[in-house]
Design a binder for this molecule. Structure first.
Ligand code: CTP
Length: 471
């Protein structure tokens, strides 16, 4: 008994040491060097000087986002800069003036107009991805005019609250989320934003405590990472994780996190604590498979793959939202026609998009069995049989009247073709454009795509392996 207990304690100690070693080697890869940080700072100061030298209605510039707080990952070369305006200016003035100043800052550097709640400019300066966003000056507690205005308040909150040692703990959590593919609140990733990771570390204290807490999260975990006297109305939040934004009590920072990724965070945390490896932080390198191996795997599955294209005129992230809705619709349609979907996945690289569906079977028999009322309920049996083209029955099976009728569709390929031809009128403009030249790929064509498009190839291999990246 005592021996067992000692063994247990020893193994717990071994695990802690193992995890510490892993943290050390992860941090070696993800903490920016002093020289990286100096370069960022230098560029910010140059841009700040330039902004202040431009005449206009703006008051100053603020450096926000994770690079401002020193919680970013190495090789993440983003500078999120906010050109600040007094609240007396109208939104038109803010936009017009903000973009004018931003364009002057970019000068001859390459940049483009992008959209959040209002337009901003983004481009490259000295190898950094710089965003110049017009924003209103905010004091804590003031009502925001646009979502962008929260960012400087986030910065204020975290800069005040985070301790120096928590910065690397945040990096560990960000890299862990990246490693398990649960990072990023955009419509492509449906995961947790970097800001969410920062709040979790602030709330729980460090990476170990956070991972332990996550491993114990239950349905609809609710985290309020700040003190408040007001009674929050939490019933407005329907998402799997509720992480209230300290600068806006009506906002869930984890609103984009899908149930699938929420479950994955819990599962990965449990596994990591029990059996820590570096694979939770960095995906294993995936070698390409010979075509014969792909063919072998494909032949064991009943798949349909539809290839479509990202329309050039629509922002990629918006398209991800539309594609996910489309996936739900088409899945619903095939289920309504009695086909059993085992799973579905989307792969997209900004140019091409592939929808992969796995079915129990690609064809079903034409006879469809319908179970009706109990044999002694003649009134309802009459109604049940009304207007049905019965091809077999009625008969009694287990107390019930049973008939068979003829199915309209017996082939999934036909059903997909029909959907792409006739149901697209109900779809959003983006989806219609994306599917204009869509193609349903047969096995040979899937293999051709595999050989042509390496990233799709890797996705296909991972799909066929069918494991989480960290297992
Ligand atoms: N932000 C937010 N909610 C999101 C995304 C972003 O509130 N879903 C705000 C946060 O204030 C965040 C800032 O926008 O700090 C910049 O976001 P982004 O550049 O996406 O990420 P970072 O927080 O800088 O983190 P990282 O780049 O390390 O992922």
């Amino acid at each position: 008994m005592v021996q067992n207990l000692t063994k247990k304690i020893q193994s717990a100690k071994t695990l802690i040491n193992l995890r510490k070693k892993i943290y050390f080697s992860v941090l070696k890869k993800v903490v920016p060097t002093k020289s990286d940080l100096l370069k960022e700072k230098k560029l910010f100061l140059e841009i700040e000087k330039k902004v202040l030298s431009i005449e206009g209605k703006h008051s100053h510039i603020e450096w926000c986002g994770s690079s401002a707080r020193n919680t970013h990952l190495k090789n993440d070369r983003d500078l999120d800069l906010f050109i600040m305006f007094d609240r007396v200016f109208t939104e038109e003035e803010l936009e017009g003036e903000g973009l004018r100043v931003a364009a002057k800052v970019f000068g001859k550097n390459k940049y483009e107009k992008a959209y959040s709640q209002h337009p901003y400019l983004r481009g490259k300066i000295k190898g950094f991805d710089v965003e110049l966003v017009p924003s209103y000056k905010m004091n804590s507690g003031e009502k925001i005019k646009s979502a962008v205005d929260r960012t400087s308040l986030h910065n204020k909150f975290l800069t005040e609250k985070l301790s120096l040692s928590q910065k690397n703990e945040i990096r560990l959590l960000k890299q862990f989320l990246k490693g398990i593919n649960a990072y990023g609140a955009d419509l492509k990733n449906c995961s947790l934003p970097g800001y969410g990771a920062e709040l979790l570390i602030y709330y729980y204290g460090d990476f170990e405590k956070t991972i332990k807490a996550i491993s114990n999260w239950k349905e609809k975990e609710t985290i309020i990472p700040f003190k408040t006297k007001s009674k929050l109305n939490l019933s407005i939040f329907k998402e799997p994780l509720i992480l209230i934004d300290p600068v806006d009590e009506n906002r869930n920072v984890a609103s984009a996190l899908s149930k699938e990724n929420y479950d994955k965070m819990i599962y990965a945390s449990k596994l990591f604590l029990a059996n820590p490896t570096i694979n939770f932080f960095f995906n294993k390198k995936q070698n390409m498979w010979p075509v014969s191996k792909i063919r072998g795997f494909l032949s064991k599955k009943e798949l349909i793959c539809v290839k479509a294209f990202f329309p050039k005129s629509i922002i990629e992230d918006l398209m991800w939202g539309q594609f996910r809705k489309f996936l739900k619709k088409i899945s619903h349609f095939v289920k309504e026609n009695d086909f059993v979907i085992e799973n579905s996945k989307i792969f997209g690289d900004g140019k091409e998009v592939y929808f992969l569906f796995q079915f129990e079977s690609l064809t079903i028999q034409s006879a469809k069995k319908l179970i009706g009322p109990k044999f002694d309920d003649l009134e309802n049996i009459k109604r049940f049989l009304l207007n049905k083209k019965v091809i077999s029955g009625p008969r009694i099976e287990n107390d019930k009247i049973v008939i068979e009728i003829e199915r309209k569709y017996t082939s999934l390929i036909e059903l997909f073709k029909l959907f792409l031809k006739e149901k697209m009128i109900e779809e959003k403009d983006g989806v219609v454009k994306a599917f204009k030249k869509a193609k349903i790929l047969n096995e040979k064509e899937i293999i051709e795509e595999y050989s042509k498009n390496k990233e799709f190839g890797k996705f296909l291999i991972n799909y066929l392996i069918g494991k989480e990246s960290f297992e």
